[in-house]
Design a protein around this ligand. Structure first.
Ligand code: GAP
Length: 438
């Protein structure tokens, strides 16, 4: 088998994901809504799996991190204190020739549309979506859609501390939608105006901040490796001091080798005491930790691994896409980790004969409590294997005429295409074992 990343990888993945129901352009029947995407029947499974894998590693398998789910709409006070009202801006320029608007730092002085080289002076464009809450418009009712999930963890710091009696180091995690009015959304779901983040704020004693900063860089890098991104498609990039965000004392990005080059997948930042200090000053509420044993009171520092769920899903899809040769034919296969695949098992009756379908439905029913099962009875079995390979289903279970006699089915592996016969009574355990489920 030969593997390669084709030159037109992005186009191939975009086409595949639309055709097979992972990701659709939003408002498609109205010609689309630039930069918004809808997740289809397969995409929603996969996106849920990405978020579940993150939650499992960040919350479930650890004792030191708890979750929250905060509101998306917030009052201006939060965003004034966080610094977003003032500094969450990108430099906006207009091309003097074609009038198109661009983010100055992304175009190297040349208009990507008309090649023009003359622009207006850059002005600071705030990326937050502003709206008004309630029926009365006006400043008193102003509200913002959150541009990051992080602030929900800071504004709930005291509530969580009181409710859970945690002691630093401990973390608060959240997965949810964020909104940024990006000037140039681009590259499929890499940069969109509506996206999902997976963020965790880890509150630590100030003296331990550097240790935890390094720890989280390594831990987050390892998460992508564990879920199948090859080492040569991942790297770490430490920001130069002049490139740091307003809140950061150090940031290292985990970068993925996207088709246009290495680019940010996730940022790990040492936010110091910036956020808790800002919110304490603005709200008048003490945001500190009081250690009863030592009598010490301090503002914890924050280490933040901030990932994008939708961007991570795109990276997993790109890394998994392969074309190889099976029995003299080229096939497209998504070599997704089984934890991320939209379906873990496909059940395929060889024909529509009712006796076969009855057995196949029974096998599917046995597997459904354990994994997501696709059931497909259309077209030839070879075509059906290809269709499952293309969406990354790791295992196919085929029910054939022999199954009626020997009460066994054929289990086929996506990556090796090897097939073995397994008794129907043992299918669930076999699938469990192969997928590494407990
Ligand atoms: N709380 C810190 C924070 O939000 P960020 O680097 O701006 O940091 C974190 O965002 C992650 O969120 C990024 O690494 C990326 O994966 C994702 N992200 C940010 N903006 C995005 C956008 N417009 N579209 C898709 N994902 C985005």
């Amino acid at each position: 088998m030969t593997d390669h990343r084709p030159a037109d990888l992005l186009e191939k993945v975009v086409n595949l994901t639309k055709r097979r129901g992972f990701i659709f352009p939003s408002a498609d029947i109205y010609g689309g809504f630039r930069s918004a995407y809808d997740y289809g029947p397969l995409g929603v499974n996969m996106l849920r799996n990405v978020k579940a894998a993150w939650w499992r590693s960040m919350v479930q398998l650890r004792g030191d991190i708890v979750g929250i789910d905060a509101a998306i709409l917030g009052p201006p006070a939060i965003w004034a204190a966080s610094g977003h009202l003032e500094t969450f801006t990108d430099p906006l320029v207009d091309c003097l020739r074609c009038k198109e608007r661009w983010r100055e730092d992304k175009i190297d002085g040349v208009c990507p549309q008309c090649g023009g080289t003359e622009f207006t002076e850059a002005r600071a464009f705030n990326l937050m979506f502003k709206t008004h809450a309630g029926p009365v418009e006006g400043e008193g009712a102003a509200a913002y859609l959150r541009p990051e999930t992080a602030q929900g963890m800071f504004t709930n710091f005291a509530n969580v501390l009181a409710a859970t009696r945690r002691k630093p180091p401990f973390g608060i995690a959240q997965v949810g939608k964020s909104f940024r009015n990006e000037i140039t959304p681009q590259n499929f779901v890499f940069r969109t105006r509506e996206f999902e983040q997976m963020e965790m704020e880890y509150f630590v004693p100030p003296a331990e901040a550097d240790h935890w900063y390094r720890y989280w860089i390594e831990t987050r890098y390892a998460w992508y490796r564990d879920l199948g991104i090859p080492e040569n498609q991942l790297r770490l990039h430490e920001h130069a001091p002049e490139d740091l965000s307003h809140y950061s004392r150090g940031t290292t990005d985990v970068e993925y080798l996207f088709p246009w080059g290495f680019d940010e997948l996730e940022g790990v930042a040492n936010r110091g005491d910036y956020d808790l200090t800002q919110h304490a000053a603005a709200s008048g509420v003490r945001l500190e930790y009081f250690d009863q044993a030592s009598g010490e009171r301090y503002v914890p520092w924050v280490i933040e691994p901030a990932a994008g769920a939708t961007r991570a899903m795109m990276a997993f899809l790109l890394a998994a896409y392969a074309e190889d040769e099976v029995a003299g034919e080229t096939r497209v296969v998504l070599r997704l980790d089984s934890r991320l695949s939209p379906y873990q098992v496909a059940v395929l009756p060889l024909s529509r004969k009712p006796e076969l379908e009855a057995v196949a439905q029974e096998v599917a029913a046995r597997l459904r409590p354990l994994v997501m099962v696709d059931y497909d009875v259309t077209q030839s079995i070879g075509r059906r294997y290809r269709r499952q390979d293309e969406i990354g289903t790791p295992l196919c279970v085929t029910v054939d005429f022999d199954s009626l006699e020997d009460h066994a089915v054929t289990l086929r592996d996506r990556d090796t295409t090897a097939q073995v016969r397994v008794g129907i009574g043992g299918v669930v355990d076999e699938v469990r074992g192969r997928l590494g489920l407990s």
